[in-house]
Design a protein around this ligand. Structure first.
Ligand code: AGV
Ligand code: CA
Length: 313
């Protein structure tokens, strides 16, 4: 039998981050060796709780969780950070035991170093939030770089506009980069096999009612039922364009399983760290090499999600 691909996930507790964790847990040929939670698009405690509850549903409480203490220079709006708490109150989750005290967990940097150090083969790092933990871990323990097979990051906007609308900003940045631009700059400067799934390609996959309807028709499967309830929480952000909820992290997570459905472009890029474009990811000949998604076969993508979610816990 083929050995499973080792995956370490670093997420920031948003609604689609939790759905992405659900998706990773359904992937039969991946082995999740750790999960870090960053308090970026979430408040820490509720997001640790939903992470632990997802693990309980799959009987995988053995997977270690790390707690990130970083706070980016550009905080996410509190209205967004508060949403994920609703997940913990859903009927399938509310009565599950709460996570142990999050302050007894290892820090995200400690856990990442520990799990990479003891991994017997290379590890894929999946990041669906800011990249601060990975960058700090690499700075503290440079030897772990040899254990990284590839880094897949939902982050950036290369040939399209950003999604940050803030004072002192020209709108060119994507939020996961903008939260901590200096870390993103450092990430791009490491010589890593980096695969970004930026807004260029996530813009093609909004959460839409047609997809949610298909998911609902298969809600006899527990995973589909729960996912449908979580996704319903995002629908009130439609139709105003700027606030459309996309399948950002879900798309990046799918890249682990169906890379053949993506068109990637190889280029060199840098990250801006000062106003008016802090957090902008831009193509630059003097930057390091990376690959970023430009297109996806979205029918194959939606079908893949529907198929993965046809199961019980
Ligand atoms: O920029 C996309 C990232 C993804 O990792 N996040 C949401 C996804 O988890 C930030 C974000 C952008 N627009 C948002 C976001 C919105 N309208 N609501 C919540 N988060
Ligand atoms: Ca996220």
């Amino acid at each position: 039998m083929k050995e499973k691909e080792l995956v370490f996930m670093d997420h920031d507790g948003g609604i689609d981050d939790i759905l992405s964790l659900l998706l990773v847990l359904t992937m039969e040929d991946k082995e999740l060796i750790g999960i870090n939670v960053t308090p970026a698009d979430c408040f820490l405690e509720p997001a640790m709780e939903s992470t632990y509850k997802m693990l309980q549903l799959f009987g995988r409480e053995d997977i270690p969780i790390g707690r990130s203490d970083y706070h980016g220079v550009n905080a996410f709006p509190n209205e967004w950070r508060a949403r994920p708490e609703v997940i913990n109150a859903l009927p399938m989750l509310i009565n599950l035991p709460k996570s142990p005290n999050p302050y007894e967990y290892p820090t995200a940097v400690e856990l990442l170093i520990e799990q990479l150090t003891k991994a017997e083969r290379k590890v894929t790092i999946l990041m669906t939030g800011p990249c601060s933990n990975l960058v700090h871990a690499l700075q503290k323990a440079p030897e772990i770089q040899a254990k990284i097979g590839k880094v897949v990051w939902m982050g950036g906007a290369f040939r399209t506009g950003g999604n940050v609308h803030a004072f002192q900003h020209d709108g060119t940045a994507e939020w996961n980069v903008y939260w901590d631009p200096s870390s993103a700059k450092a990430l791009f400067e490491f010589d890593l096999p980096l695969f970004c799934i930026p807004l260029d390609v996530t813009n093609l996959v909004p959460v839409n009612k047609e997809f949610l309807s298909k998911l609902a028709y298969q809600s006899k499967y527990q995973v589909s039922n729960l996912a449908g309830q979580i996704w319903a929480m995002t629908i009130d952000t439609i139709p105003s364009y700027h606030y459309t909820y996309f399948m950002w992290d879900i798309l990046a997570t799918s890249y682990l399983a169906i890379p053949q459905e993506f068109m990637m472009e190889g280029s060199r890029a840098k990250v801006a760290v000062r106003p008016p474009n802090a957090g902008q990811t831009y193509l630059d000949w003097e930057g390091n090499h990376l690959e970023f998604g430009v297109k996806v076969n979205k029918y194959a993508f939606y079908e893949y999600i529907l198929k993965q979610f046809q199961r019980d816990f």
